[in-house]
Design a protein around this ligand. Structure first.
Ligand code: NDP
Length: 318
């Protein structure tokens, strides 16, 4: 009989990570939610030492409590809004995640969306592909908003928010930020009022944690403060924005535009947005590069390896 720790894999993962997991551990796949999963957990829930999941898949208290031998959780990603860390902690189960290694990629995509929205890049691409440029249109292609030297408001100056702020210096932008408290030791100006930050900003980039505390932090009032010359970029979680209010603000052109990596009900996206030129949408790809995903996979493996070697997790959320 194998003496390798037994791992429950909650969902599909990067193929190279699945390969490494299978080389190192005895791995079982969790069936999708429903009757089959429930029966599986009743019959076999007591077999697992570790749970491997992702920021998107998470793990709720029901799943954690259905695994009585569970000793460690290792999650692929940095968001913890779908993972009941408190339920794990109550049982003394450490939770590993993958912070820092994705800061650069998420910051890069945030800037991609700043440029794409402000300079109307996807709209220009559509214009050229449709042959409208060649048709010598009566109205010229609409003017964009200059990014260099603009005011950049960052909502959430954590690990990724700080990386975004550093990128902004290359564009000679003025940077201010909002979070629940000022961050010590940084040169950027703290703005205690989110509304004031939105009023001041040409580009408002949202990169707070998700979850109940930040739900609909960006509401109609904040969008109106940003105004028709302002652009919103969201690379945090869809829940941080009141999506219905955002759709309305974009339809009514009460904000200049929006660049969205994340949505409230992924992979569902409000159909009204499909008809609008002032929104740029990508399918939750902020960390999705070969290099970053491999670095995240390594963190998942490192957290498990440390735990089974009796060491503290190198990247522990709790
Ligand atoms: P950090 O924990 O380092 O930063 C989170 C920031 O959010 C802190 O500055 C915190 O400041 C702020 N914050 C939390 N609650 C509030 C609030 N109520 N109001 C205002 N600010 C708040 O996390 P990371 O920078 O590593 O990641 C941030 C988030 O980005 C993740 O939680 C994840 O959801 C998302 N993410 C998205 C990805 C994507 O693919 N789109 C990829 C990776 C991450 P304070 O506590 O002082 O308020």
């Amino acid at each position: 009989m194998s003496t390798r720790p037994v791992v429950l894999q909650a969902l599909s993962l990067l193929p190279s990570l699945e390969r490494q997991l299978n080389e190192t551990y005895t791995v079982h796949r969790l069936p999708p939610a429903g009757a089959e999963r429930d029966a599986f957990l009743v019959a076999r829930g007591g077999e697992f030492d570790a749970l491997v999941t992702s920021a998107a898949g998470g793990a709720d208290a029901k799943l954690i409590n259905a695994l009585p031998k569970l000793r460690v959780i290792s999650s692929f990603g940095v968001g913890l809004d779908q993972l009941d860390v408190a339920a794990a902690t109550r049982r003394g189960i450490p939770v590993g995640y993958t912070p820092d290694v994705l800061n650069d990629c998420v910051a890069d995509l945030a800037f991609g969306l700043v440029l794409a929205t402000g300079r109307r890049i996807p709209e220009g691409d559509r214009f050229v592909r449709a042959g409208r440029w060649e048709q010598k249109p009566a109205a010229p292609f609409p003017l964009g908003c200059q990014v260099s030297g603009a005011n950049l408001g960052i909502v959430g100056l954590g690990r990724i928010g700080r990386t975004i702020a550093r990128r902004a210096s290359g564009f000679e932008m003025d940077v201010r930020y909002h979070s629940r408290r000022a961050v010590e030791g940084v040169a950027w100006t703290y703005e205690p009022s989110l509304l004031e930050l939105a009023k001041w900003a040409d580009f408002l980039v949202v990169i707070t944690a998700g979850g109940a505390e930040t739900r609909h932090l960006i509401d109609a009032k904040v969008l109106d403060a940003l105004g028709p010359q302002g652009f919103l970029v969201n690379v945090s979680r869809g829940t941080v924005i009141d999506e219905a209010a955002l759709v309305k603000a974009l339809q009514d052109k009460r904000i200049g535009g929006a660049g969205l990596d994340v949505f409230e009900r992924e992979p569902q996206v409000p159909r009204e947005l499909f008809a609008l030129d002032n929104v740029v949408m990508v399918p939750h790809i902020a960390s999705a590069t070969v290099q970053t995903r491999e670095a995240m996979a390594k963190r998942v493996m490192d957290n498990l390896a440390a735990f089974f070697a009796g060491q503290p997790l190198p990247s522990a959320a709790a």
